[in-house]
Design a protein around this ligand. Structure first.
Ligand code: CA
Length: 226
């Protein structure tokens, strides 16, 4: 899998931390800055697959940064973040060359949906596949095969598997998994996570071989890098 890189230009430390967390989990290598001029400098020298840009920055405006990127022919998809009060300005944000925008506060689910859509549009996910032992995941078609045979996963099972595969060796606690997979939806509980893992194991494990998902007793789960 080729490396995906993201640049975050956001001065709100909480929002920036959430963005870094989500993008890292989605397999991005992330650079983050709170300053517009530093953001420009990053993008001038580095190549990014995605840029998340805040509208209001301490040293300049997001729109000004956006213009700079487009003038430099940086064709990276740009997701702009705006505050509710700036709703009426969104049109100019889009005209200024942003590919999409998200109004703060946003949910993790909304954010991920926008990122996936932007990446798809760009084709960055084309041909992306994850592989682990006998299990293969095609991120574009969402097809999962075990020993070459197609298996059908429910959406949460699929999210769980790809999250584990993209973050091998990282231990996810039950809390992490409830927050990431359910994100405030009904039915979220530790038991729902356990059931989801159980169903996933049944579908992707091979009889007689150890499960691809390791249980860390009292903590959570991980996929152990081989
Ligand atoms: Ca801001």
């Amino acid at each position: 899998m080729t490396e995906k890189r993201a640049l975050i230009i956001e001065d709100d430390p909480d929002v920036a931390a959430t963005l870094v967390d989500i993008l890292c989990l989605d397999g991005f290598t992330v650079d983050s800055t709170e300053s517009g001029s530093e953001g420009k400098a990053y993008a001038d020298v580095g190549y990014y697959d995605l840029i998340v840009l805040d509208w209001g920055l301490p040293d300049t405006t997001g729109i000004e940064v956006l213009k700079h990127f487009r003038e430099k022919n940086i064709d990276t998809p740009i997701l702009m973040l705006t505050a509710r009060s700036q709703d009426e300005d969104k049109e100019s944000g889009l005209l200024g060359g942003a590919d999409d925008y998200l109004t703060k506060p946003f949910s993790i689910k909304e954010l991920r949906a926008r990122i996936v859509a932007l990446m798809r549009r760009r084709g960055s996910y084309a041909g992306f596949s994850l592989e682990f032992r006998h299990c293969k995941v095609d991120l574009k078609s969402r097809e999962v095969t075990v020993d070459g045979k197609s298996v059908s996963l429910l959406p949460k099972e699929f999210s769980l598997l790809t999250m584990f595969l993209q973050n091998q060796n990282r231990v996810f606690s039950l809390d992490d998994l409830v927050n990431r997979l359910w994100d405030g939806e009904e039915g979220a509980s530790y038991d729902a996570v356990r059931q989801c893992v159980k169903r996933l194991r049944k579908k992707v494990d091979i009889d007689g071989s150890p499960s691809i998902i390791t249980t860390i007793v009292g903590v959570g789960y991980k996929i152990e890098k081989e």
